[in-house]
Design a protein around this ligand. Structure first.
Ligand code: NAD
Length: 515
């Protein structure tokens, strides 16, 4: 069961002010800027994670019944990998980047210097409460900032573990965790930050952005949306099905920002994807076990078959599926399922256990576009399938929604369709023939566009998200161009015109004063 949010000591505007004051003093003193401090903190973060893996997994189990394997891959291992990458690459990231110069400033040289922004605020969400809290912190530390982390109160076990561990392992004069909910976050948001990095829903993102605007604070907003999966015919359906399942139910039971939200396929292909109940009913007509088995082996490539293999005949009892985070979200998802125009569309699953906050993997076929489920981010184990006449029509379905998803997926073997997908669909990230795995590539920026967010992180993009790119131009005292100084004459103008856009001959003519 979801734990109630624990009562903490009051954290108000004055407390927030104090925290920022202390961190700003450390930043101004230059503590966070040294390479050695950054290395020491990243090593401490890595050590903290390595030494507390069982406690982290236990907190995630407490908050979400998150399976240990998912906690390990998507939270613990990913955080460790981020720390290791930053430790390996940081020296290179910090190095000023040489920039070319032009005739305008000749002779000169230039570089782009990455400098820390100052004191930054990270506000994270509950679904991957360990990774989403600390992954941005890795970038903030690598870039030399002081940082306050505000984890989500909806995952209280992880939030309090984070508060305890960070205080024990990291430099608390520069890195702090503030636990709390709306009032504590509001107190923090009143302060002047040098960057706010927020992960969560779009409604709160607007509150964050409005608070940031008061101080002209830049923001990174890591939001969500309805991430579609287009399924074309003529593919390896078993592999496609497994990869969709892994991205949907294998990611926190669908409570992941880049989980497939809905599928679009053709009317012809949809029955193959799910093997409609007519087929299953035939199985049920024959009570002899061996006959049913033969028939079910024939269902090799369907969702039904794969889901049953992964989660058993009673998925509500499966230890490999997270529960719904709390009763509010359970009620929200139930409302989506119970809507009249949708309830008859369930072709697989639909079972619920209110007491244990469990919902089985559920597939709905031919869901109307004006239903509730198609008009909000599902963020749970329900997967509607939309049917179109031609697979190319899928792009119109996605684009006509008016919002840009955080991720979009396409399963196909056709090169032309892949090209059209990349050219037509605007989303935070795209994956062809898999789901969610782009998240693991640190060479790719991870972030949204439009309603799914702004800014990006992961790998060097995390370092960049928390750095100011300072332009530095170096000049000597030679070649002091007289043309830039008054009195402005026609000859100077002609020379400038020649220098900035003319040929070598026109430059010589202007220099010699020939008209
Ligand atoms: P949440 O409820 O944990 O809220 C996120 C944070 O906002 C929390 O720290 C919370 O304390 C704070 N908050 C809530 N209400 C607030 C208020 N009124 N004022 C100030 N702060 C407030 O998480 P959520 O929003 O339910 O998270 C789910 C959403 O986040 C989904 O839309 C999902 O797609 C998105 N998400 C995006 C990413 C990503 O990386 N892009 C990752 C995870 C989740």
């Amino acid at each position: 069961m979801a734990r109630e949010v624990e009562k903490k000591a009051v954290f108000d505007t004055d407390s927030a002010k104090e925290v920022v004051k202390e961190l700003r003093a450390s930043f101004v003193a230059g503590k966070t800027k040294s390479y050695e401090w950054r290395v020491a903190q990243l090593k401490a973060l890595l050590k903290m994670t390595e030494e507390n893996e069982p406690q982290i997994a236990a907190a995630l189990r407490d908050d979400l019944s998150k399976p240990e394997l998912e906690s390990y891959i998507y939270e613990i291992a990913m955080l460790k990998s981020s720390c290791r990458l930053a430790l390996k690459e940081m020296k290179r990231w910090i190095m000023p980047e040489r920039a070319k110069t032009s005739l305008t400033t000749f002779p000169s040289s230039a570089e782009i210097v990455s400098e820390p922004l100052g004191v930054v605020l990270v506000i994270s969400a509950w679904n991957y409460p360990f990774l989403l809290s600390l992954d941005p912190v890795v970038g903030a530390i690598a870039a030399g900032n002081a940082v306050v982390l505000k984890p989500s109160e909806i995952a209280p076990a992880t939030a309090s573990l984070l508060a305890k561990l960070v205080a024990n392992y990291l430099d608390s004069s520069c890195i702090k965790v503030v636990e709390g909910a709306v009032s504590e976050t509001s107190a923090l948001l009143e302060q002047k930050w040098d960057k706010i990095f927020y992960t969560g829903n779009g409604r709160v993102a607007r509150i964050v952005m409005a608070a940031a605007a008061k101080h002209l604070t830049p923001v990174v907003l890591e939001l969500g949306g309805k991430s579609p999966v287009i399924v074309d015919s003529g593919i390896n359906l078993q592999v496609a099905t497994r990869r969709i399942i892994a991205g949907k139910w294998g990611c926190n039971n669908g409570q992941a920002c880049i989980s497939p939200d809905y599928i679009i396929t053709t009317k012809d292909y949809a029955p193959k994807l799910v093997r409609l109940h007519a087929y299953v009913n035939i199985c049920n007509l024959f009570p002899f076990n061996h006959f049913s088995q033969v028939l079910s082996i024939l269902q090799l490539d369907s969702f039904k078959r794969e889901l049953e293999q992964f989660y058993g005949k009673n998925p509500l009892e499966s230890k490999d599926l997270s529960r719904i985070v709390n009763s509010n979200h359970f009620a929200r998802l139930s409302k989506l399922l119970d809507e009249d125009k949708v309830s008859g569309k369930i072709v697989h699953g639909g079972e619920r256990d209110k007491n244990n906050l469990k919902i089985a993997p559920t597939i709905l076929l031919d869901v109307p576009l004006d239903s509730l489920i198609m008009n909000e981010e599902i963020f749970g184990p329900l997967l509607p399938i939309i049917m179109v006449d031609k697979v190319e029509d899928s792009f119109d379905v996605i684009n006509s929604s008016g919002t840009k998803p955080l991720a979009a997926y396409l399963f196909t073997n056709k090169e032309k369709l892949k090209e059209k997908f990349v050219a037509t669909v605007s989303a935070g990230g795209l994956v062809v023939n898999d789901t969610t795995v782009h998240l693991a590539e640190h060479t790719l920026p991870f972030g949204g566009v439009g309603d799914s967010g702004m800014g990006a992180y992961h790998g060097k993009f995390s370092f960049d998200a928390f750095s100011h790119k300072k332009a530095v131009l170096y000049r000597g005292f030679a070649c002091d161009a007289f043309v830039r100084y008054p009195p402005y004459t026609r000859r100077k103008l002609r020379l400038l015109q020649a220098l900035l856009g003319g040929s070598l001959l026109s430059i010589i003519r202007a220099l010699l004063g020939w008209s």
